[in-house]
Design a protein around this ligand. Structure first.
Ligand code: ADP
Ligand code: ZN
Length: 314
């Protein structure tokens, strides 16, 4: 039997990446849609998926890895919604419900997997990338926002809602960095100080244009390092995967490794936390496709859960 065709939506604050396929080696179609208003953006996503399904065959399930905060609890009436986001116009958007209804056919609606963008990417990395064989790890993205997801003992991290690793406090020396931070909730949390837009606002240039400036990336690593050390102490991850656009700056990952090592101070005794941390703090194995392939992994998970339920009720 051929493998089921899956739809994948990586919903980001800047752009949506949409694809269909069966896995990383079989991506049949993909597109990038800029994030504008919810109505316009989601209509374009649904149109693309509908047309792709006409070309390649009906979708068996859809996965959505979404910027947040979101409601990822399937038992909640707000499942699949973006909740109270600082992103203008998007609070309360029913992303999963809209796409499910647009993709429903005469045989009813397809299963929809929905989670945070970073939990999605974590699931993709677990299945196909840098977290294969690991059951407790963190995936952190440093992009338009900063967010963390991951797994503990083989289960995606959920709790009261979902982790918000980007909003932890980090030490800031106002004499060195007078930039006050831009998080609308906390001002100088990690995201407020170290996201791509924070870097660009502080220094007045794009991240790509700042690539050669040591003082920019030393400061960035000084914010990311203590936060990642804190996640390491709290969750005891076997690995931390660092993705997102900002991490594409050459040499930043190496700088962050030295700051994490310095902050841990040799206290946690494990071979992977000695030396240069090159086995502990790593880029995504799926590269810049971690997000969209993570959404595909969420679709696959939703399909498997539905099939298991059907098998039980027969
Ligand atoms: P999103 O967070 O919307 O999913 P990204 O992870 O690409 O998207 O993050 C966007 C941010 O990353 C922007 O602030 C941008 O400046 C920065 N960025 C994107 N690509 C690069 C790059 N090649 N080098 C440096 N910074 C980048
Ligand atoms: Zn914050």
């Amino acid at each position: 039997m051929s493998r089921p065709l899956l739809g994948a939506v990586e919903a980001g604050g800047t752009k949506f990446v949409v694809a269909i396929g069966t896995g990383p080696r079989d991506l049949r179609d993909r597109t990038v849609i800029p994030t504008t208003t919810p109505g316009q953006t989601l209509c374009r996503v649904a149109d693309f998926l509908g047309e792709a399904a006409l070309r390649h065959g009906a979708l068996a399930a859809l996965g959505i890895a979404c910027f947040g905060p979101v409601d990822p609890d399937p038992a909640s009436p707000r499942f699949g919604h973006i909740t109270d986001t600082p992103k203008a116009g998007w609070s309360g958007t029913d992303v999963a419900g809209f796409l499910r209804s647009r993709l429903s056919g005469p045989h009813g609606s397809i299963p929809v997997g929905f989670d945070t963008d970073v939990n999605g990417a974590a699931l993709g990395e677990h299945r196909w990338g840098a977290a294969r064989g690991l059951d407790t790890f963190v995936y952190l993205t440093v992009g338009t926002g900063i967010g963390g997801g991951g797994m503990a003992r083989g289960r995606l991290l959920h709790g009261l809602v979902h982790p918000e690793m980007g909003h932890v406090p980090v030490p800031r020396d106002p004499a060195r960095d007078p930039y006050p931070g831009r998080c609308p909730f906390h001002r100088d949390c990690l995201e407020g100080l170290a996201s791509g837009p924070a870097i660009e606002e502080r220094w007045g240039r794009s991240c790509a244009d700042l690539a050669g400036r040591d003082e920019v990336w030393d400061l960035e690593a000084d914010y990311l390092g203590p936060a990642i050390a804190a996640y390491t102490l709290v969750l005891s991850p076997m690995r931390v995967i660092l993705g997102g656009g900002v991490m594409q700056v050459p040499g930043l990952l190496e700088r962050v490794r030295t700051r994490v090592a310095a902050r841990l101070g040799g206290y946690v005794n494990h071979p992977r936390l000695r030396g240069d941390l090159s086995e502990f703090l790593v880029p995504p194995g799926l590269g810049t496709d971690a997000g969209v392939l993570g959404a595909m992994a969420l679709a696959d998970g939703a399909l498997k859960r539905t099939r298991t339920r059907l098998a039980w009720t027969r």
